[in-house]
Every structure is written in structure tokens, then in C-alpha cells.
Design a protein around this ligand. Structure first.
Ligand SMILES: Nc1ncnc2c1ncn2[C@@H]1O[C@H](COP(=O)(O)OP(=O)(O)OP(=O)(O)O)[C@@H](O)[C@H]1O
Ligand SMILES: [Mg+2]
Length: 246
């Protein structure tokens, strides 16, 4: 499968249209009990919208995001991202799918020994490096770092950055391959409240500038306030959807 090569320049991207229908995922836990982590969930995300999935611990937020992100397989139901039917992809196609979306987690997962710049371009295809396009990937990484407010620290080891800045770098890395969809699981849970506010503001700004569709799982009500839409989950189901009220 050929993949688009990242090019220098911050062209506007098109946010993905996401459609989830009757999505179900069950885990068998110790003692042979079945936990229906995601239970017949339906959810449509408009292009370039920012949606928060909230709900108590164990509600199924992470499981839902992992399914949409191609990190886990559903038992049944359908996920379509733009024209791609994610639930029908064979396992060997999932790594390629994951490279086309942006993933951000609670921990930044940067490689501490690498510079900030090399972390951001870590997802560049090996082909583009072999073809001597290292300059182009460095240029794109630099522009993304400037866009997330990290100009000037490109050459530092990533473990020299404070946690909020590492999360900024993780967001820049997630955007490297121009994803139409950015998925963030508790992106501020490891940060204090001031830093959390900065990160959610950055995520909304990234949507404004790049047009990316954003799906965030969070237990922080302050974050949900900044989002276009709040979907509350409980026991694997959608219990409340602010879009349904409008
Ligand atoms: N890999 C797994 N194996 C077994 N059970 C799992 C697994 N992942 C999730 N579960 C179970 O599925 C349910 C939903 O978990 P999930 O992590 O999706 O919830 P969450 O809403 O993200 O919770 P939190 O707010 O704590 O992050 C829980 O009962 C959890 O124990
Ligand atoms: Mg979770």
C-alpha cells in the first residue's frame, strides 16, 4: 500500500467524517466474567468537530477510542472514517491505518534520548528518510513545533522539556502525517490544572488551524467545556449526548 509522503508546509487538512454504528467490544475478565466495555455505541463525528467523551472510570471511553484508532478489534458493529471501513480492515492493514490518524495519550511516550525534533518526525516513513528527504521531514517537524508553541527547543533532548511541553511535542508528532482524525485519551490527566488548560486550548487551536476532527476521552469537566460536543458514557453505552439537545 502506498502512503502519502509528508511534505513541508502546513497546508490545511480536511477533517475526517467518522461514523460509528452498533459498536460492541466485550472482554472476558478473571473468573470468566464478561464485561461489555462498549455496548452497541453509535456516534457520528462531523469533520473538524471537537468531541469530548466523558464518564466515570470503566465507562468504556478508552475502549471506544482504541477501537476507532485501530488499536483494538471490535466484536461487532461498524466504524467508517471517511471512506475507510476500519472494522473491515485485515489486521495487516491496521498499522497503516494508525499512521494515517493522530494518537495522543495521557503519557507523551516521547523517546527521551531523542531530540524534540527527531521525536516529532519519528513517524515519517522509512522510505522518505532513505530517499534523502530528511531535510523535508525536519522542515515539517520544525513548522509543527512552531505551530504548537515550541519554536526554539527543537534540538533539546525531549526529557529536558516540562511535562506540558512534552505533551505539546506529542501533539505535533501526532499531526506529522496530516491525519484527518486526532484521538486523545486523557491528554491532560498527568498535568496540573494550568497546564491542562493550555493543552486543551492547543487542541482546539490545532482543529482551527488544521481542520482536523478531534475525539478526546476525559474525566475533566473543564476540558469538556472547551469542546463542541460532549458525549457521556456509562457502562459502555452513550448515556447523554449534547449534540442530541440542539
Ligand atoms: N484489556 C482489557 N481486558 C479486560 N478488561 C478490560 C480491558 N480494557 C478495558 N477493560 C474493561 O472494560 C471496561 C471499560 O474500560 P475502559 O478502560 O474503556 O474505561 P474508561 O472509561 O476508559 O475508564 P477510565 O476513566 O478509568 O480510563 C472496564 O470494566 C475495564 O475493566
Ligand atoms: Mg480510560
Amino acid at each position: 500500500m502506498t502512503e502519502p509522503e509528508p511534505e513541508a508546509g502546513l497546508a490545511i487538512q480536511t477533517g475526517a467524517l467518522v461514523s460509528v454504528a452498533e459498536l460492541t467490544k466485550t472482554f472476558i475478565v478473571s473468573g470468566g466474567h464478561r464485561v461489555v466495555a462498549v455496548d452497541a455505541v453509535g456516534l457520528d463525528l462531523a469533520p473538524a468537530s471537537v468531541t469530548a467523551v466523558t464518564g466515570p472510570a470503566g465507562a468504556g471511553k478508552t475502549t471506544l477510542l482504541r477501537l476507532v484508532g485501530g488499536l483494538d478489534r471490535a466484536d461487532s458493529g461498524v466504524i467508517v472514517v471517511d471512506t475507510e471501513k476500519v472494522t473491515a480492515l485485515p489486521p495487516r492493514a491496521l498499522p497503516g491505518y494508525r499512521r494515517r490518524i493522530g494518537l495522543v495519550f495521557e503519557r507523551d511516550l516521547l523517546v527521551p534520548e531523542l531530540t524534540v525534533l527527531d521525536n516529532v518526525r519519528a513517524l515519517a516513513s522509512p522510505r522518505s528518510r532513505l530517499r534523502g528527504r530528511g531535510t523535508a521531514t525536519a522542515e515539517r517537524a520544525r513548522e509543527l513545533l512552531a505551530a504548537v508553541g515550541l519554536a526554539g527547543v527543537e534540538g533539546l533532548r525531549s526529557d529536558r522539556l516540562p511535562p506540558a511541553d512534552r505533551q505539546r511535542a506529542a501533539i505535533a508528532r501526532a499531526l506529522f502525517n496530516r491525519p484527518g482524525l486526532l484521538i486523545a485519551d486523557e491528554p491532560t490527566a498527568a498535568l496540573g490544572s494550568a497546564a491542562s488548560g493550555e493543552i486543551i486550548e492547543l487542541i482546539v487551536r490545532v482543529r482551527d488551524e488544521f481542520g482536523v476532527t478531534v475525539l478526546i476521552a476525559t474525566q475533566d469537566p473543564e476540558i469538556a467545556i472547551h469542546c463542541d460536543r460532549v458525549v457521556r458514557m456509562h457502562d459502555g453505552r452513550v448515556a447523554d449526548d449534547s449534540a442530541a439537545l440542539t
